[in-house]
Design a protein around this ligand. Structure first.
Ligand SMILES: *Cc1c(COP(=O)(O)O)cnc(C)c1O
Length: 407
């Protein structure tokens, strides 16, 4: 007689329905259950483990889709991505091998093909984030264009400096102007051995580096981790000229509302770039492209959402987010108690109290999730990021007013 099948590996629709039901419950913070500090010898069973985990995992999480969530670049995710992520987990395709992901590999190519035209790129692949996408791009720049150094503004994301470090390239920063974009007058004259990184939507203030600078360096990479999805909207012109870049990074787990980890690296000359960053192996039927070995089908939730909403549906939500940031900035800009850093360029609002109270006081007294802080020069500022289409600006302003009033 053969062993009975292990049911844990089969679909149990009732158990999964129960897991979904738990998602809809509201757990208070005192309903959290202690998690054992050591690996238990005996298991609880899957249903009991889910019951115990739910109050902590679901109740203890930051709620990125709440009416006052307006702090970070992490969006709420649409339910179609939850469903497809569940499919992904159950199928566990490995995109490293065609045999273990016959369809998933193709669907990643489809998503890349759908998105590349908005950036004037001609292929690429998905990575677990733009940190990895930026590293991949600069790796390709080193191999294809022989660059020796990386040049970026002082507001570039830390992953640029990190990538230069990993790749053994030198790293130089260029000053930023009054609104936080790269100061073109401070660029070195000779960029013939440099990869120039331009940021479309800086991490701190959402500034847009001039893409007119593309073409001056041996390789130009556009870090559009945050601002890239604007290309699908009526704000596409904010990133005009991006189609002349050698490579573009976009984080789909930011303004394309994807669950982590999801991003794209796209190339002008994708076949050349991919060849330069590919390795074969005796156990591989196809060369392994890029940084990752085994990796999953993050393209599938992205494809599901893009197909569900279409370009119009994406545009509508991002444009709405841009509008929310504009509304907040307009109100804050009219408030004599407030200094606005600059009108928001890519849905990021940065301000500080003109005199009192301190930034620390404001942050401490605002409900969690409304605001974050950034340091510009040696000044601290409050920052809001419009990644949540369901943010309620009236509520958010109410909270800000209450804090400013109590001083
Ligand atoms: C978020 C961000 C990154 C890093 O992307 P991850 O997806 O978090 O790895 C890089 N550059 C910019 C401008 C970003 O905003």
């Amino acid at each position: 007689m053969s062993e009975p099948l292990d049911k844990e590996f089969f679909l149990d629709a009732d158990a999964l329905r129960h897991a979904v039901t738990l998602m809809g419950q509201h757990f208070s913070s005192d309903s959290r259950v202690a998690i054992p500090l050591r690996l238990p010898e005996q298991g609880l069973g899957s249903l009991e483990a889910m019951e115990r985990l739910a109050p902590t995992v679901l109740g203890g999480a930051a709620h990125l889709g709440s009416a006052t969530a307006f702090a970070h670049k992490d969006p709420p995710t649409p339910w179609v991505t939850w469903a497809t992520t569940l499919w992904n987990a159950s199928l566990n395709q490995n995109l490293l091998h065609p045999a273990t992901a016959p369809v998933a590999r193709q669907l990643e190519e489809t998503v890349v093909q759908w998105l590349c035209p908005y950036f004037g790129m001609h292929g690429g692949h998905m990575t677990p984030g733009s940190s990895a996408a930026n590293l991949t791009a600069l790796w390709a720049a080193r191999e294809c264009a022989g660059v020796k150094e990386v040049i970026a503004s002082e507001a570039a994301h830390l992953s640029i400096k990190k990538s230069a470090h990993i790749l053994g390239l030198s790293f130089r920063t260029v000053k930023v102007d009054a609104v936080g974009a790269i100061s073109r007058h401070d660029l070195p004259n000779d960029l013939s051995r440099a990869a120039l990184v331009l940021t479309s939507g800086t991490t701190s203030v959402g500034a847009l580096d001039s893409l007119e600078l593309i073409g001056r360096a041996a390789w130009t990479h556009v870090d559009a981790a945050w601002g890239g999805p604007l290309r699908l909207t009526r704000h596409a012109n904010l990133l005009a000229n991006i189609e002349r870049a050698d490579s573009v990074a976009v984080s789909s787990h930011k303004w394309l509302f994807q669950p982590k980890e999801s991003a794209l690296i796209m190339f002008q000359n994708a076949s050349k770039a991919h060849e330069a960053i590919s390795f074969g192996g005796s156990y591989l039927t196809e060369p392994n492209i890029g940084l990752l070995g085994s990796h999953g089908a993050s393209a599938i939730p992205l494809l599901a959402m893009l197909w569900s909403w279409g370009r119009e549906g994406i545009a509508k939500r991002i444009e709405h987010c841009m509008g929310l940031a504009d509304t907040l900035a307009l109100q804050l800009g009219h408030d004599p108690r407030v200094v606005l850093f600059a009108p928001p360029q890519t849905g990021i609002v940065v301000w500080r109290p003109r005199t009192a109270p301190s930034i620390e006081y404001v942050l401490k007294h605002l409900p969690a999730g409304i605001a974050s802080t950034v340091t510009l020069g040696d000044e601290k500022w409050i920052r809001h990021t419009a990644a949540n289409p369901n943010a309620d600006i009236a509520l958010i302003l109410d909270e800000i007013n209450q804090v400013l009033d109590h001083t």
